[in-house]
Design a protein around this ligand. Structure first.
Ligand SMILES: C/C=C/C(=O)SCCNC(=O)CCNC(=O)[C@H](O)C(C)(C)COP(=O)(O)OP(=O)(O)OC[C@H]1O[C@@H](n2cnc3c(N)ncnc32)[C@H](O)[C@@H]1OP(=O)(O)O
Length: 249
């Protein structure tokens, strides 16, 4: 990595603070990192560990944090897309790496603390999800999907999790029909629905989100609208149903 000054822009004043940028052509071992979109204003991070179904090993997460640093500091990038392959977004934590760690090591050593980075990015992050993404919303450190602002899942996304616990109150979920059912199991859906309109406005006002969203769609096996017949459901759309209390006997 080298440092250089980037010019200030109205959207991002850096006060000429040096930022770290990866040199052109930097090769990541576990990621493909590139800028996309007509204006090259979408940072796309593709998990690229196919033999392990993109399991989130330490090396991959460290590279992810470098890529996020890079895109966060790049004034040309308005939003970031994280995606995987057609078969797997990510098979969750690397369980082979975890198996010999003791509780003391994990707890005392702040195991997975560096996984939080994606939640701290000050630009919208969209997860474009195909294939396996086991337990993606379950637990605080579940997978990085948990921290993305928008999750756009294709109908082939399998093993859709039950939304419980800390499912990320900032997530706006767009899912195709096959997965809609998981949302009804969420105890947090009411608060997500309440937040949605203002968040969407906020997101869409962000430079680059629109093109980031279309880049995310290209990464999915079945983009929005491809199912026809109005089969696509976007969440949250409706206010929560008000249940009428049954009269006392
Ligand atoms: C704090 C965070 C918590 C969490 O994230 S909890 C969730 C942890 N993840 C899991 O429990 C998922 C474990 N993986 C699976 O259950 C299965 O895989 C799948 C259902 C996702 C896919 O099954 P199939 O299509 O049959 O593939 P395959 O032969 O099992 O896996 C292909 C290669 O990928 C490696 N792999 C898969 N998942 C992981 C993982 N999570 N960590 C490390 N390696 C993984 C395998 O071992 C194997 O590779 P090799 O043939 O060389 O053994």
């Amino acid at each position: 990595y080298y440092t250089r000054s980037i010019p200030c822009s109205p959207a991002h004043c850096c006060n000429d603070v040096p930022v770290s940028l990866p040199p052109a052509g930097t090769q990541f071992q576990y990621l493909v990192v590139e800028k996309k979109g007509a204006k090259q204003n979408v940072g796309v991070i593709q998990l690229n560990r196919p033999k392990a179904l993109n399991a989130l090993c330490d090396g991959l997460m460290n590279e992810m944090n470098q890529a996020l640093d890079f895109f966060e500091k790049d004034p040309d990038v308005g939003a970031i897309v994280i995606t995987g392959s057609e078969k797997a977004f990510a098979a969750g934590a690397d369980i082979k790496e975890m198996q010999n760690r003791t509780f003391q090591e994990c707890y005392g050593g702040s195991f997975l603390a560096h996984w939080n980075r994606v939640s701290l990015v000050r630009k919208p992050v969209i997860a474009a999800v195909n294939g396996y993404a086991p337990r993606m919303f379950l637990g605080k450190y579940c997978t990085m999907v948990n921290f993305c602002v928008i999750v756009s899942a294709s109908s082939r996304q399998t093993q859709m999790p039950v939304l419980t616990g800390n499912c990320g109150s900032l997530n706006i979920l767009f899912m195709q029909r096959a997965n809609g059912k998981c949302l009804s199991q969420s105890s947090r859906i009411n608060s997500i629905q309440t937040l949605a309109p203002s968040l969407q406005l906020w997101l869409w006002s962000f430079l680059g989100v629109e093109s980031a969203y279309s880049e995310a769609e290209k990464k999915k096996d079945r983009p929005w609208g491809s199912e026809g017949g109005g089969g696509i459901r976007a969440y949250p759309l409706q206010p929560p149903a008000v249940s009428t209390p049954s009269p006392l006997p």
